[in-house]
Ligand binder design. Structure first.
Ligand code: GLC
Length: 402
């Protein structure tokens, strides 16, 4: 299953909330009155929206798919839907932005995935008492989940019929109500679709969010996994005063997740005009520069559970085409790495980041003198001359060819 989802992708959170420049859930998190919030649709006019630019930005960063928010919690629909007037066609812009994005994706060989929020702060019957995101539901007292589920199915039928092949379906916010018929319908409409675990059943893949948990050496996901994170800390949608993660943090997280066999969905929030501003785009270009140098070892690999006894570093090992890849998502603390166990001698040792060959071999190292016996320790496999200071801003991978 790894190859299916082991990809780098772009998450895009975009809705009329971008006009506020606060957050995709600003309606709730800034406690904005309903009339005031919903009136944002009367001014939404992203005149600079050019989805080809988004697609090319993603493509140049090595990304293979785009996951787009068709409807976030506010319930506003970014496509031409027949099931509510609360949609993009009824804004000054008046065009189906999803269709435009889908065309640009198909033109450039970019896969398209759809995000759809289960909570809906506009639909009168979306209320579901088990979910945490039901803020300002219209008819809290009168639950008609069946009406809402039918609405979801109708909308999903549009989404999975009118926009060409859809790679994955990203439901958001578990409703904690099981209804397998929803994903069954999705699979009927798009037989190859992969579905995440935040919908009405467990779906095909898991979605850890904003996680950067240290993992044991060579840990691997046992289920298809797509981790997601945003470049911005406070928001997924466009935020004027955003705080940004360090690129090292983002790249370390990508390296770790993808070395574990997962996919990585990195989010940007375009502004109200439809532009991915330089604050986001420049960061993405820099991540892309690193990713493009590393892609060969981040996708399509297998796990390697052999214990190489890497001294003192956080390291994950994978295999691919007779090569082994030693990932150091947090960097390396000195200019050398020592391995206690090397089952056979590699023919070539190379630094993935630069492509440069590294000096390596069995060596007697004074550092590992055996105090108990008073004798030198045995020879250890030693890779040296790693330009760690030049590479201190990115995760490091050493490639060994056997
Ligand atoms: C969180 C946020 C939501 C966002 C989602 C993306 O659930 O609350 O706004 O869309 O993450 O995975």
């Amino acid at each position: 299953m790894t190859d299916t989802t082991n990809k780098f992708g772009m998450f895009i959170h975009w809705g009329f909330y971008a006009q506020l420049g606060l957050q995709e859930q600003a309606y709730a998190r800034y406690d904005i009155p309903r009339e005031e919030y919903e009136a944002l649709k009367d001014t939404f006019n992203p005149v600079d929206y050019d989805p080809e630019k988004w697609v090319l930005l993603a493509k140049n960063a090595g990304m293979k798919y785009i996951t787009f928010t068709t409807k976030h919690h506010d319930g506003f629909c970014m496509w031409n839907t027949a099931y509510t007037d609360y949609n993009i066609m009824n804004t000054p812009y008046g065009k189906d932005v999803l269709k435009e994005l889908a065309d640009a994706c198909h033109k450039h060989g970019m896969l398209l995935s759809l995000y759809y929020s289960n909570p809906d702060w506009h639909h009168p019957y979306s209320y579901n008492p088990a979910s945490s995101h039901q803020w300002k539901a219209v008819n809290k007292e009168e639950v008609k989940l069946d009406v809402y589920v039918q609405f979801i199915k109708d909308q999903m039928t549009e989404l999975l019929t009118n926009y060409g092949p859809i790679y994955t379906m990203f439901w958001d916010i578990n409703p904690y109500v099981e209804d397998k018929s929803i994903n069954e319908l999705a699979r009927k409409l798009q037989p190859d679709i992969l579905i995440n675990d935040r919908g009405f059943d467990t779906g095909d893949f898991s979605t850890p969010e904003r996680e950067y948990a240290p993992t044991p050496n060579s840990a691997r996901f046992t289920r298809m996994t797509e981790a997601c994170n945003s470049l911005g800390v406070q928001s997924w949608g466009y935020r004027e005063r955003e705080d940004f993660y360090s690129l090292k943090h983002i790249m370390s997280s990508i390296d770790r997740i993808m070395a574990m066999g997962g996919s990585y969905l990195l989010n940007v929030g375009p502004d109200a005009k439809g532009v991915i501003t330089d604050e986001y785009a420049d960061r993405l270009r820099r991540v892309g520069d690193w990713y493009n140098r590393m892609e060969g070892c981040l996708v399509g690999h297998e796990s390697d559970t052999f214990d190489y006894g890497v001294r003192g570093e956080n390291c994950l090992v994978t295999r691919k085409n007779g090569k082994r890849y030693f990932h150091f998502p947090d960097g390396i603390s000195s200019t050398a790495v020592t391995f206690k166990n090397m089952p056979e001698m590699p023919k070539k040792v190379r630094l993935m980041n630069t492509g440069d060959e590294l000096e390596s071999g069995m060596e007697l190292l004074p550092e590992f003198f055996n105090g108990a016996t008073g004798k030198p320790d045995s020879l250890l496999f030693h890779v040296r001359g790693i330009p760690v200071d030049e590479l201190c801003l990115e995760p490091i991978v050493i490639e060994m060819t056997f």
